[in-house]
Structures are given as structure tokens and as C-alpha cells.
Ligand binder design. Structure first.
Ligand SMILES: *Cc1c(COP(=O)(O)O)cnc(C)c1O
Length: 220
């Protein structure tokens, strides 16, 4: 495990040296489908930033790990249904999948009831895939205006999952341009197969699962 981890850290450092500056990228270790015994070696070497794509799975796994390592930073990178919002707000430090007006409204409502909101990223459907979550690039300015002005939310950045069949780099470049045009500082992009390309395009968070933990049983 820590060999794979060291290898990823080296590759990040090399990509930063080539394209960015040292320390510009944060690594989210995507631990979905893996249980505590697979996660603990990473915690033992000091890694603290993890991502999960399902609220229920995260709820079953992370409270116990957090009791042992209170400084864990947990990111929700999968779709969030509003009926799971309260649980998600109790678990996650960052939500990458703000993607529709109803969710923005519910987040604002929770805040108005005194709940501390996590940091927020807006998911953009850069490939405009009908089955995929995310705001379309054209709708993004309007959606951000709704979040900011109507609901008083302060998204920090954008997140995307490029279509599997596409070369990823143009999607990363698009997300970068959209963030810049909309005054957003953070970019969540890049997975096991393409995180170096994402770093080259300005990723501030990369989300790496298989390259750290090995292949998953199911395609999630
Ligand atoms: C599973 C997942 C990842 C990690 O993908 P790998 O190919 O395992 O690195 C990243 N982002 C999201 C949204 C995911 O669901």
C-alpha cells in the first residue's frame, strides 16, 4: 500500500515540477468499496484526505476511523440525494457534487437552521452526457448566481468527471476556464488514469482510487 502511495506522491511531485508549483495539488484517496483494513495503512503513514461516493457507505466506515484519527478530512464525490443531506452534512468536510437548484435550496435551509455547511464544489457535466450529473457549462453562470445570490452559498470550485471514452485533458482545460471565468479558485479533477493531465491543467484536488487501493470488485 504505502509503495503505491509513495509512487503516486512521486508522480504528483513530478507533474507539479513540470507544470505547476510544489504543493499545488492535494490528493484525495478515494476509498469507496474498501474497508478499514485497506485504509488504515494510509492513515498510518499520515494521509488524512479521503473521498467516498456514497453517504451510507461512508457512514458505516468513517466515524470509527475518525475516532482514532480526528483530523481526517472527508470528501463526498458522488451524487447527493436531498433525503441524505442531513447525514452527509454530519459526515463530510467537502461536498464536490452540488449540481442542482433543489440541493442548493436544501443546503441554504440547513445553514439557516444553524448547521455548519461543508466546503462546496459545483459539479460540471463537461461532456454534456445525459446520464451524468452536473450542471452544463452553459448553465453554470446562472446556477452560480442562484447559489450565491439567492441562497448565499459560497462554492469554492468546480468538479468534473470527463466521459470515459474521451481524452480527458480538454475537459480539464474547459473546467479550468470555467472556474477562472466564474471567479472560483479550486478545481477537483483527475483520477487514477489521468491525474497528471489534470495537474497540468491546474487541478487543486485530484481524486485517486484504483492506483492507490487496487482494482475495485464492482465498477462504481
Ligand atoms: C471512483 C471515483 C474516483 C476514483 O477513480 P479511480 O479511477 O479509482 O481513480 C474519482 N472520482 C469520482 C467521482 C469517483 O466516483
Amino acid at each position: 500500500m504505502s509503495t503505491a502511495y509513495d509512487d503516486i506522491l512521486r508522480r504528483i511531485a513530478t507533474a507539479e515540477k513540470d507544470w505547476r508549483r510544489e504543493g499545488a495539488t492535494r490528493l484525495i484517496a478515494v476509498s469507496k468499496t474498501f474497508e478499514a483494513p485497506a485504509i488504515e495503512p494510509l492513515l498510518a503513514v499520515g494521509h488524512r484526505v479521503f473521498g467516498e461516493n456514497r453517504v451510507q457507505e461512508a457512514k458505516a466506515k468513517w466515524p470509527a476511523l475518525r475516532a482514532a484519527y480526528p483530523d481526517i478530512e472527508l470528501h463526498l464525490i458522488g451524487p447527493l440525494q436531498t433525503n441524505k443531506l442531513a447525514e452527509a452534512l454530519a459526515l463530510f468536510d467537502v461536498i464536490h457534487t452540488l449540481d442542482r437548484p433543489k440541493l442548493a435550496a436544501k443546503l441554504a435551509q440547513a445553514r439557516d437552521q444553524g448547521v455548519a455547511l461543508p466546503r462546496l464544489f459545483v459539479q460540471v457535466n463537461t461532456g454534456e452526457e445525459p446520464q451524468k450529473a452536473g450542471v452544463s457549462p452553459e448553465e453554470l453562470p446562472e446556477f452560480l448566481a442562484l447559489c450565491r445570490q439567492t441562497y448565499g452559498l459560497k462554492p469554492e470550485g468546480l468538479m468534473c468527471i470527463p466521459p470515459v471514452e474521451d481524452v480527458a485533458a480538454p475537459h480539464f482545460a474547459l473546467l479550468h476556464d470555467l472556474a477562472k471565468a466564474n471567479d472560483l479558485a479550486e478545481l477537483s479533477m483527475g483520477m487514477s488514469d489521468d491525474f497528471e493531465a489534470a495537474i497540468a491543467q491546474g487541478a487543486s484536488y485530484i481524486r485517486v482510487g484504483r492506483a492507490l487501493f487496487g482494482d475495485r470488485d464492482t465498477a462504481l
